[in-house]
Design a protein around this ligand. Structure first.
Ligand SMILES: Cc1cc2nc3c(=O)[nH]c(=O)nc-3n(C[C@H](O)[C@H](O)[C@H](O)COP(=O)(O)OP(=O)(O)OC[C@H]3O[C@@H](n4cnc5c(N)ncnc54)[C@H](O)[C@@H]3O)c2cc1C
Ligand code: SF4
Length: 564
């Protein structure tokens, strides 16, 4: 990649010298249609892209996430250059790299003597604040443009949200269906219903064969980047051996078309199902590409709708898929910007426990957690229900401090950015916002996990047992959670049934639940720190627990995804 020099002024008169613009493209803004580039003048402008240490380490992101982004950035820069656009690309190991956005932007401004800087608003409050500093201190004017990749602009969401205390996704989603016309027949929803969620909760039948998924074995650019990441971020969470993410728009389109053909027609049915040997099931695997700009939410929703209209996928699957993107994804993004920075500070259930060590190591006798965390280490991926009802549910029931849980979720997934991670974890999983997002906490006992997965069959605990050392911990932790938070939750109409059961519960049984929960929670080992600072080396050290308790790795599935 080359650094462009300033072109000769076309005339001695200052008024005729074209404005020279530095277009600063962040690593998750990799689309030619991003606001930063819409009015790009290839004869005069320079696009700046930087790999900086501070962004890779403000939390210790999964190695696959860093490799995915650096590789996608390098590919995108090459595509811009092929168009004749000057790209000033600063690699992580470039001499003089200051390691921060602010430092690299200042160096580039000095290098190119630009008249102004154009950038698109970022995905995180932290960087938004940084951008305000650029406006004040950088020198040339800095124009911050709205992120045009979302279907609901920040201002529109803020107007809808107003100062309402609770914001329901379903109401927002219906508004977005009307606004976009997606799955609409005039003013009515296609099929006469807005939501086919009840049809989207099936468990996988025994012996069900899950299709292979297309994967993208690392090309030369990705191989180089993986080596860089393994060296520069050796102590970060996760493994890179199974890297198979699409790193260009062309690859992302191939992956999405494959999903349309083999995933979408069954997506809805098994959306909530989990199986130990099949971490991807029928999920789209598009979040890293969507969040980095390689795909747009509008094009994937329109393509899914076309599949329905062409008879290639049933309505409940297509509606289920569109709801995730047009509904949930737009909703959490709007919520994040409408309620930050105060949103992250709430802790409605006063949860303070340290994050247990097994969240990093995967070493736990609870098979559901070991499987989900093991797959997360291998693939930087877990699907929605694994995030919500396994790792999330445990964190909720055990009362783990929101900031520590949020950091974990921001670290471990290839698709993690605060705008989408925080509302999902803080609001949906932990109910730390006191009901802004969800009308009730998503607390569940082992019975739910058993119904939706095959994890319990391979577990050291007994899901059918309610108390005692061999009982499934989710069982007594669930009732312990309801008992502990009765003052706050007992009046919630959506929790009326379990609280009625609790009211009728034999006092000895209730006491046993409290004892079991106290014994179990007291025995949880906390991580040495919330960040996985030393976990790489500790995880590689002789296991502290019986090797039989270590998580199984789904190598079979890894291999099959890479085959594609
Ligand atoms: C605790 C928790 C944390 C999460 N953190 C993230 C995160 O950091 N980044 C992220 O992109 N998604 C996050 N999600 C949402 C969801 O789990 C992932 O988007 C999804 O698992 C990605 O895999 P997929 O592309 O196969 O998705 P699919 O299941 O195939 O869904 C299709 C798309 O819908 C969107 N989507 C689905 N559910 C949500 C949701 N709840 N919020 C926002 N978008 C949604 C995603 O863009 C996803 O790619 C989180 C969910 C939970 C419960
Ligand atoms: S028995 Fe309990 S801990 Fe074990 S896999 Fe099932 S739900 Fe998880």
């Amino acid at each position: 990649m080359r650094a462009a020099g300033r072109p000769a002024a076309p005339s001695a008169g200052r008024g005729l010298i074209p404005i020279r613009t530095l277009r600063f493209l962040l690593g998750d803004q990799l689309t030619r249609r991003i606001a930063t580039l819409t009015d790009l003048d290839p004869d005069h402008d320079v696009v700046l892209m930087v790999e900086v240490r501070a962004e890779a380490t403000y939390v210790r992101h999964h190695k696959q996430k860093i490799a995915f982004l650096f590789s996608a950035m390098r590919h995108f820069a090459a595509e811009l250059e092929a168009e004749g656009i000057a790209v000033d690309y600063v690699r992580l190991d470039a001499p003089g790299n200051t390691g921060s956005f602010t430092g690299e932007l200042a160096r580039a401004v000095a290098r190119h003597a630009v008249d102004r800087v154009v950038v698109t608003e970022p995905g995180e409050w932290r960087v938004w604040e940084m951008m305000q500093g650029w406006r004040a201190d950088l020198g040339p004017p800095v124009e911050i443009r709205d992120d045009n990749r979302f279907l609901c602009p920040r201002a529109d969401f803020a107007a809808w949200a107003g100062d309402r205390r609770s914001l329901r996704m379903e109401t927002f989603y219906r508004g977005m269906r009307r606004r976009t016309g997606l799955l609409m027949e005039g003013s009515e929803p296609t099929g006469g219903r807005w939501n086919f969620d009840p049809e989207n909760r099936k468990g996988l039948p025994k012996g069900h064969v899950v299709p292979e998924r297309v994967g993208f074995p690392p090309d030369a650019v990705t191989v180089e980047v993986i080596a860089l990441v393994e060296h520069a971020f050796a102590d970060h969470f996760g493994e890179t051996d199974a890297f198979a993410w699409p790193v260009t728009r062309a690859e992302a389109i191939t992956a999405f078309k494959h999903f349309l053909a083999v995933g979408l027609p069954t997506f809805g049915d098994y959306q909530d199902a989990m199986r130990a040997d099949a971490p991807f099931l029928y999920h789209a695997l598009i979040a890293p590409a969507l969040n980095a700009g390689l795909l747009t939410p509008e094009e994937v929703c329109r393509a899914a709708e076309r599949a329905y209209r062409a008879g290639a996928a049933p309505l409940h699957c297509v509606e289920g898929f569109i709801r995730q993107i047009l509904g949930w994804r737009e909703y959490v993004r709007g919520l994040y910007w409408a309620r930050m920075p105060d949103y992250a500070a709430s802790n409605a259930l006063a949860a303070t426990r340290d994050l247990p060590w097994f969240y990093w190591s995967g070493e736990t006798a609870m098979n559901c957690l070991a499987q989900c965390i093991g797959a997360t280490r291998t693939h930087a991926y877990a699907h929605h229900i694994q995030r919500l009802m396994v790792t999330g549910n445990f964190a909720l029931l055990a009362g783990i401090a929101p900031a520590q849980v949020e950091e974990w979720y921001l670290v471990v997934y290839a698709d993690a950015y605060e705008w989408v991670e925080l509302p999902n974890v803080h609001g949906m999983v932990l109910w730390a916002d006191g009901g802004v997002t969800g009308s009730k906490p998503y607390a569940a006992s082992g019975a739910y996990i058993n119904r939706m997965s095959d994890y319990c069959r391979g577990c050291a605990y007994d899901v059918a047992k309610k108390s005692g050392p061999s009982a499934c911990p989710f069982n007594y932790l669930y009732w312990n959670f309801l008992i502990r938070h009765a003052e706050r939750l007992a009046d919630n109409p959506r929790l009326a049934m379990p609280y009625r059961t609790l009211a009728r519960m034999d006092p000895t049984k209730r006491a046993a639940i409290l004892d079991d929960a106290a014994r179990f929670l007291d025995g949880l080992d906390a991580a040495p720190s919330a960040a996985p600072a030393d976990q790489g080396s500790l995880a590689l050290a002789a296991p502290r627990s019986d090797p039989a308790r270590r998580p199984a790795r789904d190598t079979a599935t890894t291999a099959s995804r890479r085959k594609g």
